[in-house]
Design a protein around this ligand. Sequence first.
Ligand code: DCT
Ligand code: MG
Length: 392
Amino acid sequence: RATAHLLDVSWFTESMRAGRPVEILDRHQLQVLEVVVFSAPSYACQRRTTLDNHNAILTDALSLLAENAELSGEDGRGVAFRRAAGVLKGLPEPVTAVTQLVGLPCLGGHSLRVVKDILENGASCEVEDTKQSERFKVLKVLTGIFGVGVKTAERWIQEGIRGLQQLQDSGRTLNRAQQAGLQHYEDLNQHVTRSEADAVAAVVEEAVASVLPGARMTLIGGFRRGKLTGHDVDFLITHPEEGREVGLMPKVVSWLESQGFLLYQKTTKNSYLEGEDGPARPSSNMDRFERCFSIFKLTEEVNGEGLKPWRAVRVDLVVSPISQFAFALLGWTGSKLFERELRRWAGHKKAMSLSSHALYDNTQRRYLRASSEEEIFAHLGLEYIPPSERNA
Ligand code: DCT
Ligand code: MG
């Protein structure tokens, strides 16, 4: 009976979500409809998550706890909160009672308690306390400096540093990234708008076309998923002829530098090679591309007096050979949780290793080729999810 109940409900919510007319309504079904019990598959890469979040109050709270856990070096707890938030982001309507969440995946006791507090009292003490906590506030300020990670921030806090001014006055030696981060702190902590992203795209497009005609540039990251703002702008560059992309990054960077567009840049080399025995586990699957972390000097339309004529914007450039392009596109479109879940799905469900370069089948002991994102989803036995629905 209980199963029949749940089946009915998911059929209804599914029908309503898909906009299908729900015609046969008997008493029982109507009764069931009054309390919508949500259901969802457990991997974020099996779900369609648009930017239309009906539970932002809940997901903001859980994301804040995730952030706090990550800032405390508790990555496992961080992921658990991210997964819980991810499930709620995909629900078709606002949650009004915890009973609606019975049976949903990824919602552990801790997350459910937070949700319950918010639904019943309008706020969660744990979340409010965390927001007010001195440690959390200081960690946020310090890791808000480009080039400063949790470990460095921790060390500075132990040495008594509590803020930017104090850091500046302390005479600490900062590396080049951190110096730039401190110098452009305000700009870099102000979100980038879609129109600013488009302005950066126009510049990068010109740079790419000037140094290698025929090369292609694609907007990736949050903006590809349809977000209206971001903390940076991400681009993927390739050339339709394999090998022509070699040496492209330094040329693009030189062009940008010569035109005065770069306030800071650091390029890392591509060290990815396919192995006979399959992919060796990379230290991080983000670090093997020819990648450029940069800070752009973006000239803005000046429409008032006293306005700064430019602002600093974080821009990430990635170059990929065409043979790896689909994997790079999929791996760099995000969201971070969606990517993490794709890799987890590949490993746990398919015995495959997915990276931003390749997909390796551990059973067949061979690489699976793909020239589109759709093919990669198909290899993984997943329904194709377009970028705009990868916002878990
Ligand atoms: N990425 C990932 N794992 C990471 C970092 C990044 O899978 N640890 C992928 C997913 C998104 C993409 O790289 C770009 O990274 P960000 O710019 O940090 O993410 P974003 O979704 O573009 O977020 P924002 O809109 O804030 O820039
Ligand atoms: Mg981004």
